[in-house]
Design a protein around this ligand. Structure first.
Ligand code: 6PG
Length: 243
């Protein structure tokens, strides 16, 4: 089975996927920096990308020319065990001594959820070209849940229909909590978007996302269709849908 949009990069296992993603990240970062002097990437939470971050922490990358953002965040402080920032800090920022001035976490404690999303959007608009309609990330890393959510674009949630803001606070009833997320148009404006998907529990979700039926309310990962950018599906064998 193949994705309807983008290209499939299958791997035998999660380790091979992470190693390949690490090499591709380094190649893209170096090429982008060579061309424009800076590499801006939005990081994903979740266990799959964590392995990539641990590998990247051992690479000799020009971190002073790499800006790190988050594609989504939980509604917890940055030192909370569920924080995507904390996961990245432990796996990459601290081990690689990434300069803090290049790290732009979602400020989850600045106020209520709407204020958090607005604050982060202001940060993005400051870092990217204020006048741009959408942020031009060089790379957005994404995972996918077994419910076909990506970032914090969960099924049947309001953020799925947000088509003006770059960042949304999103009430996720099934988790009984707010999440913060880049909106689908903000992700789709990126030059490169990579899904990193592992785990047998993703097979049915992936079959739904790649299936004939377009139902973005139920399969939010179907929303990810970069306008001009490149979409890669890096998928470990056990997560592949049955042929
Ligand atoms: C999060 C992630 C989320 C994640 C998926 C897949 O905040 O949890 O952004 O969207 O990517 O849940 O997670 P795994 O890679 O751990 O399966």
């Amino acid at each position: 089975m193949q994705p309807n949009y983008g290209t499939l990069h299958p791997f035998d296992n999660a380790k091979e996927l992470a190693e390949n993603a690490c090499q591709c990240f380094c190649d893209l970062a170096r090429a982008t920096i060579e061309q424009s002097g800076v590499f801006r990437v939005a990081l994903s939470g979740g266990s799959t990308p964590k392995v990539l971050y641990q590998l990247l922490s051992k690479e000799d990358l020009p971190w002073e020319q790499i800006e790190l953002y988050w594609g989504d965040e939980r509604n917890v402080p940055s030192d909370h065990q569920d924080s995507n920032y904390k996961m990245v800090n432990d796996a990459l920022l601290t081990p690689a001594s990434v300069p803090q001035e290049n790290v732009f976490p979602i400020p989850t404690t600045v106020g209520n959820p709407v204020e958090v999303a607005l604050t982060y959007e202001r940060t993005l608009r400051t870092q990217f070209d204020e006048g741009d309609e959408w942020p031009s990330f060089d790379l957005v890393l994404l995972g996918m849940g077994d419910d076909a959510h990506t970032a914090s674009l969960f099924p049947q949630t309001d953020a799925l229909n947000e088509n003006r803001s770059w960042v949304a606070s999103n009430w996720v009833a099934k988790l009984d909590t707010y999440r913060y997320t880049l909106t689908a148009p903000a992700i789709n404006a990126a030059a490169n978007v990579w899904f990193l998907i592992t785990g047998e529990n993703k097979r049915q979700a992936l079959a739904n996302v790649w299936g004939e039926k377009r139902a973005t309310e139920n399969f939010p990962s179907q929303l990810i269709e970069p306008v001009d950018g490149v979409l890669w599906w890096m998928v470990s064998k056990e997560a592949m849908p049955p042929e």
